[in-house]
Design a protein around this ligand. Structure first.
Ligand code: NI
Length: 174
């Protein structure tokens, strides 16, 4: 395994639409997944999409630590999702602060659909089909946005609700 470089916002590769993965069992895809897991863990992120490491394929990884699970669950273990599709369930949208490994040190307040169903393939090519709520649903929507060249600042309702983690933390604790 190898830790990969994470592209930062401003790199045009983050704005491209990614192509479907033809064959999850391809050794190059398996290696990419291993490298992305190592990269995400080293960066202490909740999710990572292949375009963030310069690979324009529809593949994301994520996990929900128990401490961040707000849907009454016990977290979501590391999940590999290939060629994902998202279906919004219901009309309820939730605002929350969101970060991204491609915008280190920054946060923005973004609305996401509270409840979704997502489908795709895991790294063995087996189907994944889950309903997700809250932070889990947020992470999946955020990561899948990367596959269409969308970064969270493009989804801000209010551009004023965007800034550096340290300054925001100070502003909220004053
Ligand atoms: Ni991101």
């Amino acid at each position: 395994m190898a830790k990969l470089g994470i592209l930062r916002m401003g790199d045009p590769r983050l704005l491209a639409k990614a192509a479907p993965v033809d064959d999850p069992s391809d050794p190059a895809i398996q290696r990419l997944v291993d490298d992305m897991v190592e990269t995400m863990e080293a960066a202490d992120g909740a999710g990572l999409a292949a375009p963030q490491v310069g690979v324009a394929l529809r593949l994301v990884i994520f996990r929900v630590p128990p401490a961040r699970d707000d849907a009454g669950e016990t977290g979501v273990p590391l999940t590999v999702l290939i060629n994902p599709e998202i279906e919004m369930l219901g009309e309820e949208w939730q605002h929350a602060w969101e970060g991204c490994l491609s915008l280190p040190g920054l946060l923005g307040r973004v609305a996401r659909c509270r409840r979704i169903r997502y489908r795709g393939l895991d790294r063995d090519g087996a189907p994944v089909d889950r309903v997700a709520e809250g932070f889990h649903a947020r992470v999946v929507q955020h990561e899948c946005d990367h596959l269409d060249g969308i970064l969270y600042p493009m989804r801000l309702d209010d551009p004023a609700e965007f800034g550096f983690v340290e300054e925001l933390r100070e502003a909220f604790t004053r």
